[in-house]
Design a binder for this molecule. Sequence first.
Ligand SMILES: [Zn+2]
Length: 302
Amino acid sequence: MRAPAPGFTTRFAPAPTGALHLGHAVNALWVWGLARRFEGRVLLRIEDHDRGRCRPAYEQGILDDLDWLGLVPDGLTTRDFRAGPVPQRQSDNTARYEMRLAELEARGLVYGCRCSRAEIALVTNAHEGLELVYPGTCRGQGSGVRDQVGRRVLMKRDAPERFDDLRLGPQSQDPMAQCGDLLVRDRNGQWTYQFAVTVDDWEQGIDLVIRGEDLLASTGRQLRLAQLLGRTTPPAFLHHPLLRHPDGRKLSKSSDDTGLAELRAAGWTPARVLGLAAQLSGLQPDPTPCAPAGIADLFAAV
Ligand SMILES: [Zn+2]
């Protein structure tokens, strides 16, 4: 693993669609551990772009769990976050997403799409479990029609996206082969994850994204989208191992037995949770407890 440039700005960005679990603790450990090792800043972003699945109670639970773990975002405390204005919440950024989309539209890079997921799957003969590649059915229809129409961005470029992941090394991804023209707003008016995080990362000045390997395939398209939006200095990326059971199975996100609130209720300490998270993501050979104040030491060899 290569060391990030000291003084970076990164983010912890949970979605309030459920309670934090051990997988989130792994991500938080890598985010705060690297930030403390390399004098970085951690911003908190509540990724609630999908309004239908988000619940205020989950957001409250996320803040409580972070407080308990002893991992406090920079620039504001979680208590301030609760009381004051919350620019780091995606649902407060709608006007900014509108503005960015309008800029892309003005440059002829956006078109309306009426296709449902089922229609795309049918047309492309997609196999279950594989990512859908949008075949460009509605390309050329322009961006004039508004109601019940999704918005896609023309992603085609001559070369693949290349980036050098700090942990995984050089990567090359072709968004056109992976997903086709990217949906930025769906037919119900919801902003997509890919568009919202790309705008947020730019506008919040995130220059290092630290996240799990399950999002590695999203990186090329986010880099391309950032270029199209006008970001001239792309962020660096570090994708860390996903949490696995000691026997190698990937943990389910809905796995009740790994909820942080349940572990806390069962008498676990933050150090015990962080120590297990460190073991299960390859940072130490056993689950030796690790106090929040000591997590930078897990990255001493970087
Ligand atoms: Zn379409």
